[in-house]
Design a protein around this ligand. Structure first.
Ligand code: NAD
Length: 702
């Protein structure tokens, strides 16, 4: 086997090459290779060394194949210490991905030369961990100030090489960082710069000062981190370690970092975050039983320039695809395109885009009211009104004009995609592409695999999801697919809890304390209470079901439509949008409770969480049992990316596993036997998985 780390001597300068394709991960042989090769360089009387990765990447991070396996020495911490203790200067060539352990390795070096576009960061907190090889101790010693160090290490967000220079993380930028590092090696590889002479460049020797200024900067940075973390633990623990770097000696700080790391590795949060990390990759992959080659998509058609069609078209334009946008009238086109332009222009104000870029994007649109103009589109996405007849009319027209290989997609929220496909002569080219609002921002794309959808059509859409930077998850056909279907019992429980005595505000607060981005009632106000009202009117709800929403219906009938009318379950300050409970909503609720003779009671937050979250998990299990979702992981991905579910809880299915499926199943049975039992439909599949004492994944492999 060729060595993954090798030595090249250029005069007295040693180049220590790391060559572990594809990303130079820190596998065991790389770790030991760095230590051995530096020793070889010393034996060859090197005056300085350059540590560089082959293939344009320094070191992208840990080797995920070693995750969960017993660690083998040398551990990365030791490797970094060895580099730092080397007698002669070692210069890291920071390019490509220099993340996690890769950055820790670079911080063990005495100098860092970076490419301006290198991606430099500590993503560990995204997995509920923190840098565990002294990154939290050397990092702050390199970074200019405490607030930047906290934000950098606790946010997990990478920076560019250019930003890293400004932060103090690297010493020099160069478009050819290898040559620049070799030139630097020639300069710094002097007698004065050996042994103790190098101490100034050894980050572990840097003494940081903790004083009133650093303390107040730290406190405000910590507040920001806590707000962003929304219940996630690792960012706060990482920030604590940054404080240690300032306050306690290096060796003690390293030990505390290690202990914190070991604690976090075993935590539910890290377990859940690792679950979702793997689940999102699995969700974007094609099912094992399908094969084919993706079709080429060069031009996209979008029908409807409303909320969704506008956002969907923006997604494609931003990814560089020309879009033909079709509407019913020129006025509707004018309106839709004006909104699109306004949205992009907001980015100009904030500096994300330039006016020229917006012009260029607007030029990628072809506007039309004629279906004939869609004839050369490779993918046509319909986002018209949510009515079966309207959708079927559109697909009937498309069938007449679209080219034979064109993929025809519906952005329907609930409707049966098989029934839509059936009006065409080519149902194999039809599927659902369920985007979320605002579609240019929200990452989720629920792909609805209809009964007759061809394999290569599904592969094409999985491919286009990647190209347009969306997170795909595949669903089968069924009312509301995965996400919206599960929402119904969740919202139902929230409304029942309110009838029984909780206030909308209490329910929402319990949900946001749990980690949800927003509570049920705040979301309803945002979407518009009239949406639910219309959708209930369109459905044939049982009397018992319809009665749950009487208060919401009366609010709509009294003109409280949510944010757009200034009031719904809450009232909204016209200037600040700050919300307060709407007294009228509370009055209507009392009225409904009195009419029904409901004796309201104190409802605990615990009950709110159990009923709403177990309702979600139960419906998820029904979806799994019916085969609408491929895996519990896919469901969790849908909820993370489409509905604001707290990522650090994994997802509704992972959360149920964390609580214990047996306990969840027993509680659901209790609810079924309780006063609102008529609204519970316990999943047999959940009971089966719970009684097996294994998680969902074990059953999916069966
Ligand atoms: P919208 O009312 O904002 O936009 C619909 C647009 O379609 C209108 O501009 C209308 O003029 C146009 N239209 C209607 N019939 C047409 C036809 N025959 N030909 C051409 N244009 C036509 O509605 P929306 O919120 O964008 O929803 C569109 C679809 O997306 C619906 O199926 C909806 O269920 C789904 N959806 C909506 C959301 C959401 O949050 N709004 C989320 C996911 C999916």
């Amino acid at each position: 086997m060729t060595k993954s780390v090798s030595l090249e001597m250029r005069g007295s300068i040693a180049i220590v090459w790391i060559d572990n394709p594809p990303v130079n991960a820190l596998s065991h042989h790389v770790r030991s290779g760095i230590v051995d090769t530096l020793r070889e360089a010393a034996a060859a009387n090197a005056s300085a060394a350059v540590l560089a990765g082959r293939g344009g990447t320094f070191i992208a991070g840990a080797d995920i194949r070693e995750f969960g396996k017993p660690p083998i020495e040398p551990m990365l911490g030791e490797v970094c210490d060895t580099i730092e203790a080397t007698e002669f200067p070692v210069i890291a060539v920071v390019e490509g991905n220099t993340l996690g352990g890769g950055l820790e390795t670079a911080l063990g070096c005495h100098y860092r030369v970076a490419h301006s576009k290198a991606k430099v960061g500590f993503p560990e907190v995204n997995l509920g961990l923190l840098p565990g090889a002294a990154g939290t101790q050397r990092g702050p010693r390199a970074i200019n100030d405490v607030a930047t160090a906290v934000q950098f290490i606790a946010s997990g967000k990478p920076v560019t090489g250019k930003q890293a220079l400004a932060m103090g993380l690297v010493d020099q930028l160069d478009d050819n960082p290898l040559d620049a590092a070799i030139a630097m090696a020639a300069e710094v590889g002097t007698e004065a710069n050996r042994g103790a002479g190098l101490d100034e460049r050894r980050l572990s020797k840097v003494q940081l000062q903790w004083n009133a200024d650093t303390e107040s900067a730290f406190d405000s940075a910590l507040k920001q981190v806590a707000a962003q973390a929304r219940g996630a633990n690792a960012p706060l623990r990482a920030a604590e370690c940054v404080m240690d770097a300032y306050k306690i000696p290096f060796a003690e700080g390293v030990k505390k970092e290690r202990d914190t790391f070991m604690e976090l590795v075993k935590s539910d949060q890290s377990n859940a975050l690792r679950h979702i990390f793997f689940a999102e990759r699995a969700a974007a992959k094609a099912p094992a039983d399908i094969s084919g080659t993706p079709r080429e998509i060069k031009k996209v058609g979008v029908i409807g320039a409303g909320t969704m069609g506008g956002g969907i078209s923006m997604t494609y334009i931003e990814a560089g695809y020309p879009v033909v946008l079709l509407e019913m009238s020129d006025e509707a086109l004018d309106r839709g395109l004006a909104t699109i332009e306004k949205n992009w222009m907001r980015g100009v104000k904030s500096g994300r885009t330039t006016e020229a870029q917006v012009k260029e994007r607007m030029n990628l649109y072809t506007r039309t009211t004629s279906y004939d103009d869609l004839a050369d589109c490779d993918l046509i996405i319909e986002a018209v009104f949510e009515t079966m007849q309207v959708k079927r009319d559109v697909f009937g027209k498309l069938d007449k004009i679209a080219k034979p290989t064109a993929i025809l997609a519906s952005n329907t929220s609930y409707l049966n995609v098989d029934d839509i496909a059936a009006v065409t002569s080519r149902p194999e080219n039809v599927l659902g592409m369920h985007y979320f609002s605002p579609a240019n921002i929200m990452k989720l794309l629920e792909i609805v695999h209809a009964e007759k959808t061809a394999d290569d059509v599904l592969l094409t859409i999985l491919d286009i999801a990647k190209k347009t930077r969306k997170q795909a998850a595949i669903s089968g056909v069924g009312h509301g697919f995965i996400g919206n279907r599960m929402l119904t019992p969740y919202i139902r429980q929230a409304n029942l809890l309110v009838l029984e005595g909780a206030s909308p505000e209490q329910v929402d607060k319990a949900l946001t304390d749990f980690g949800w981005a927003m509570g049920v009632f705040a979301v309803s106000d945002l979407a518009g209470l009239d949406i639910g009202y219309k959708s209930r009117a369109d459905q044939d709800l049982s009397e018992a079901e319809a009665q749950i929403y009487t208060a919401a219906d009366r609010l709509v009938e009294a003109g409280h439509l949510g944010q757009k009318s200034g009031s719904g379950f809450y009232t909204y300050d016209p200037e600040t949008r700050a919300r307060k409970p709407n007294p009228e909503a509370l009055r209507i609720l009392d009225e409904v409770r009195a009419e029904r003779g409901i004796n309201t009671r104190e409802i605990s937050d615990e009950e709110i969480i159990e009923r709403t979250q177990y309702a979600l998990a139960n419906e998820g299990a029904l979806v799994l049992g019916e085969g609408v979702a491929r895996s519990a992981g896919d469901i969790d991905v849908v909820y993370n990316y489409g509905y604001g579910y707290p990522r650090w809880r994994g997802g509704p299915m992972k959360y149920a596993e964390t609580i214990g499926l047996k306990k969840v199943a027993e509680k659901i049975k209790e609810f079924k036997d309780g006063p609102s039992g008529v609204h519970w439909h316990p999943s047999e599949y959940l009971i089966k998985v719970a009684s097996s004492n294994k998680g969902f994944a074990a059953h999916e492999k069966d």
